[in-house]
Ligand binder design. Sequence first.
Ligand SMILES: C[S@@+](CC[C@H](N)C(=O)[O-])C[C@H]1O[C@@H](n2cnc3c(N)ncnc32)[C@H](O)[C@@H]1O
Length: 289
Amino acid sequence: MTKIAEIKREAAVALNSIETAQYLIEDYFGWDATKIMMEGSRELTIEEERDLRGMMDRLISGEPLQYVTGRAYFRGEYYTVSDSVLIPRPETSELVDWVLEDKREECKVLDIGTGSGIIACSIKEERQKWVVRGLDVSEKALEVAKKNGESRGVSFVQDDILSLRDKGILDDIDIVVSNPPYVLEREKVDMERHVLDYEPHLALFVPNDDALKFYRKIAQLLKESYEKVGKRRALYFEINEAFAEETMEMMREMGYTDVECRKDAWGKDRMVRGSLNHDITSPRESVRD
Ligand SMILES: C[S@@+](CC[C@H](N)C(=O)[O-])C[C@H]1O[C@@H](n2cnc3c(N)ncnc32)[C@H](O)[C@@H]1O
């Protein structure tokens, strides 16, 4: 029979990473590092050994750790993930930070292309009074989002933003935030195999000749709703670094004001924001602090 310390050593060698082996054991048993050390000489049951070896095989074949364990860490919280949703990226946290510079007491937010729901859930975590919804076309992604969001008070709706059934969904929204698919098909050649082989292509790709497909549609729908209802709006996008200028230009042409771009921690143009007659509250004018 194999002991816990032995499988951990074996995993570290097979995966070429002590950290991944440690994380795998911690995650499987739900123990911290101290408990794993204390239990080191305990023998695995047949079921535990089968599970752990199965997980090791998946990792060795290149499957991302988050899909193998079924959870991903984002802004201090663990979220459920599956291969129907994108694994949260650190730059998306910077988009959330930008939205959270708005310190209004009350606000209605729609996260378009919510995936696992991490943007919507993180906003709700920090702004309990805000009403936050997520929208996605993928039923399977929404199953994951609901696991993450329903206990946090976030609601979700299934719809296709490119041919929206319920256009009224935008009418009472103050802030739209979106990290839509933005990788060009031709950029596939530069991508890591583990992304291409395991992450959902629906979440990633747009045609080479229509990079702004989602941005144009979302900005247009919000503008139409603004013109109909007259309510002030703010729109926050995560973007493909190669299309910052085009995205800003498109928004300005549609009548958005205060259009600006921010770089991510790697210095790449990663986020664009614009408003429709919206007072953007500076952090110093916080009503919460
Ligand atoms: C880049 S992922 C973002 C996921 C998540 N918001 C995040 O930041 O990690 C884009 C998401 O858009 C969704 N999506 C793709 N096409 C869509 C459409 N036509 N309407 C609504 N959502 C769509 C995908 O299912 C995917 O969850």
